[in-house]
Each structure stands twice: as structure tokens, then as C-alpha cells.
Write a protein that binds this ligand. Structure first.
Ligand SMILES: Cc1ncc(COP(=O)(O)O)c(C=O)c1O
Length: 383
């Protein structure tokens, strides 16, 4: 067995059926959906169709989707677009300390232009308290943003409970569902969210395409200016091959969330029990029952994360630490720091394994064999 890719929370290999669908589209369709001639009308027809299919997967109306270049742009549009639109009602925003940089840095930007942001802490399982969130609400709170599933430790946030508690407050509610889509049933009405971000490359779709769900009556300010695409909220000629690939990937996972979830549960449980048998000193970060089965974040006592990543890479096990989008910089993870405190040993010896449909039990067994060898060697070296 050669390299084992266990970094599906960073990105996933594009599914062959998605490649085939996109290749056919690229070879045959090139029209601009804004053109009125028949090539344009054909593209418009495909665009409308994809929008309808994708909207269905989150229980939304097709008019409520804004296609973006991915999760980062969707998050930025949700946070900054809402803040700028709603600022006459107040300038207070609530989020959590464990959000993706696309949220945290958008909030930092808003602070620099006069908004006030409350960053809620999380408990040792990486979960925010609904009561603490409600306590933080103020009459001038215009937006609450809490991710559905954390991308580093996989902790599942109580989105539906938050949505229910926010019904009595006029603020907007956004959730970053990038790590949840395809593994958890998502219904925007059941969740009571106003805004929700998704990206295609985490579900074996193409990179550079995602969406922001925006409830029809919610008003946000556009961040880009130009044509009238995406109901003026995101001008620019649509990324048609990306949208077609997104639709294919979305349709392939839709309705299979439970099946996918239980498959990853098996892989995760197997990996933990084999590591137990290997008798190496490790701790799972986040409670197994309260995390997504897709992500397993582990601290290996007596090792350093940079050593681990390098040696696992040499051993052909591809994993990451911290947020993939900031990989390369090995600062302590802000998520683990929020869970365990500054400079805690767990924050400097943790790696994230994340599973995909192409991973089987044999790959997990081989991973554990290689991980055990690396960890034992590093611990002897560090003694
Ligand atoms: C939770 C979360 N939000 C947002 C993003 C950014 O998405 P994209 O890479 O499509 O910009 C990521 C990517 O890792 C993520 O995990």
C-alpha cells in the first residue's frame, strides 16, 4: 500500500463520476447564462436545474442560493454582508473562538471598522454553550455565527437549539456547514438558520465553487459589483463547470448522509481500538459521541506536531494539524487552545485524521501500523 490520504477534512479527491460529468459539460457547453441566444439559454437552463437540485439537498428554495467561489467567500459574504446591511440596528456580533479563519478574520475586519464581536468559549469537548450564547445576546446584536461541525476536532455544535432560542431575537443566524454537508441531514428550516455556507470540494466535488444559502427575506449587502448575477449579491459570470460538478457531487451524497456517517463511524472506532491495542499513549480530542465520524483528532503524548507531520508524511500517511487552510504554519491550533488552554501539551502534539469514501479497513490497519512505528520512534528520540 502506498500513500494513505487521511486529510479529507482539508479536501477530497474529486469523484470519477463528477470528473466525467464536468468533462462532458466542458466539451459541449460553453454558453454564458446571461446571453439571450440559444447557447446562453441552454446554459441558463443547466444553471437553473443545478440550482434547483442543490437547493433540494438543504430544504431551501432555489431563489435562496448564492453561488460563490467556496466556503471562504460564502462566510465572508454572510458575516460582512450582513453586518454592513444591518448596522443601523446595531453593531454587535456573536461568534465562537473555534470558527474557521474565514469567520474569525472577517470578524476581526469588522472590529477594525467599529463593530463589536463576542467570541464565545467552548468546553473541553469543543462545544459552545447555548445558555452562554443567549446570555451574550444584546438588543444591538445583529448577527450570530456558529459553525455546525468544527473542522479540526469535529465537534458538533447545537445549531438547532441555538436556532430555536434565537427565534425571539431579531438578529440573523449564520452557520458554516462546510464540514457538515454530506455527512449530516441539513434542513435550513428545521435548523432555523438565515444563512448557511457550503463548499463542494469537501464532498468529492470540484474546488472553487460553493454557496451561501440566504433566507429570502434576509437582507445583506453585496461585496462585489458588476453584473446582475446571483440576484445582484454576487456579480460575475457563473462558474458553470464548477456548478455542474457541485450538483453532481451533491446529488451523489444527498440521502446517503446516514449511510456515509455510519461507514465513517466504523472506520473511526476501528482506528481507536487498534491504537488502543498498539499501547501507545494517545488522547482523542473531543468526545467521540459528540464529534463527526469523519474527523479523528488525536494528541500523541511525548511528540511534537511538526515532527509527527513530517515523519507521517515520510511514512506515507497524509494528515494535517490545525486548519488545513492555514496548514504550513505550525502555530498551536486556536481550537485546541480554546478547549484546553494556552500551551497545554495536547495543543502541541495533535494531528487530525479525516476519512473518505475511498478509505477501507485495510487502509486503517496499515495507518495504525505506520503511526505506531512513527510515534514510538519519536518518543524514544524525545526522551
Ligand atoms: C469549516 C470551514 N469553513 C470554511 C472553509 C473554507 O472553504 P473553502 O476552502 O471552500 O474556501 C473550510 C475549509 O477548510 C472549513 O473547513
Amino acid at each position: 500500500m502506498n500513500g494513505i490520504y487521511l486529510d479529507h477534512a482539508a479536501t477530497t479527491p474529486i469523484h470519477p463520476e463528477v470528473v466525467a460529468t464536468m468533462a462532458t459539460f466542458l466539451a459541449t457547453d460553453f454558453g454564458n447564462p446571461s446571453s439571450i441566444h440559444s447557447a446562453g439559454r441552454q446554459a441558463r437552463h443547466r444553471l437553473d436545474d443545478s440550482r434547483r437540485q442543490i437547493a433540494k439537498t438543504i430544504g431551501a428554495n432555489e431563489k435562496e442560493l448564492i453561488f460563490t467561489s467556496g466556503g471562504t467567500e460564502a462566510d465572508n459574504l454572510a458575516i460582512i454582508g450582513t453586518a454592513l446591511q444591518q448596522q443601523t440596528f446595531g453593531k454587535h456580533i456573536i461568534t465562537t473562538q473555534i470558527e474557521h479563519a474565514a469567520i474569525l478574520d472577517a470578524c476581526k475586519y469588522l472590529e477594525s471598522i467599529g463593530f463589536e464581536v463576542t467570541y464565545l468559549p467552548v468546553n473541553k469537548d469543543g462545544i459552545v454553550s447555548v445558555d452562554a450564547l443567549v446570555d451574550a445576546l444584546r438588543p444591538d446584536t445583529i448577527l450570530v455565527s456558529v459553525m455546525m461541525i468544527n473542522n479540526e476536532v469535529g465537534s458538533i455544535q447545537p445549531i438547532q437549539a441555538i436556532g430555536e432560542r434565537l427565534l425571539s431575537h431579531p438578529c440573523c443566524f449564520h452557520t458554516d456547514a462546510v464540514q457538515a454537508y454530506g455527512i449530516t441531514d441539513i434542513d435550513v428550516n428545521a435548523l432555523q438558520v438565515d444563512l448557511l455556507s457550503i463548499t463542494a470540494h469537501k464532498i468529492n466535488g470540484p474546488k472553487g465553487i460553493g454557496l451561501l444559502y440566504k433566507r429570502e427575506q434576509v437582507k445583506i449587502k453585496q461585496r462585489q459589483f458588476g453584473g446582475s448575477q446571483e440576484r445582484l449579491k454576487r456579480p460575475g459570470t457563473e462558474n458553470m463547470p464548477g456548478i455542474i460538478g457541485f450538483e453532481k457531487a451533491a446529488v451523489m451524497v444527498y440521502g446517503k448522509e446516514n449511510e456515509r456517517s455510519s461507514y465513517y463511524h466504523q472506520l473511526k472506532a476501528l482506528m481507536i481500538s487498534l491504537l488502543d491495542e498498539a499501547a501507545i499513549d494517545f488522547t482523542v480530542n473531543g468526545a467521540v459521541t459528540l464529534t463527526t465520524p469523519l474527523i479523528l483528532n488525536i494528541s500523541f503524548k511525548g511528540t511534537k506536531v511538526e515532527q509527527l507531520l513530517m515523519n507521517l508524511d515520510l511514512a506515507g500517511v497524509y494528515v494535517s494539524s490545525g486548519s488545513a487552510c492555514t496548514a504550513g504554519s505550525i502555530e498551536a491550533s486556536h481550537v485546541l487552545t480554546a478547549m484546553f488552554g494556552e500551551k497545554h501539551e495536547r495543543t502541541t502534539s495533535a494531528v487530525r485524521f479525516s476519512f473518505g469514501y475511498d478509505i477501507d479497513e485495510a487502509a486503517i490497519k496499515e495507518t495504525v501500523r505506520r503511526v505506531t512505528e512513527v510515534v514510538k520512534r519519536l518518543r524514544t528520540l524525545n526522551e
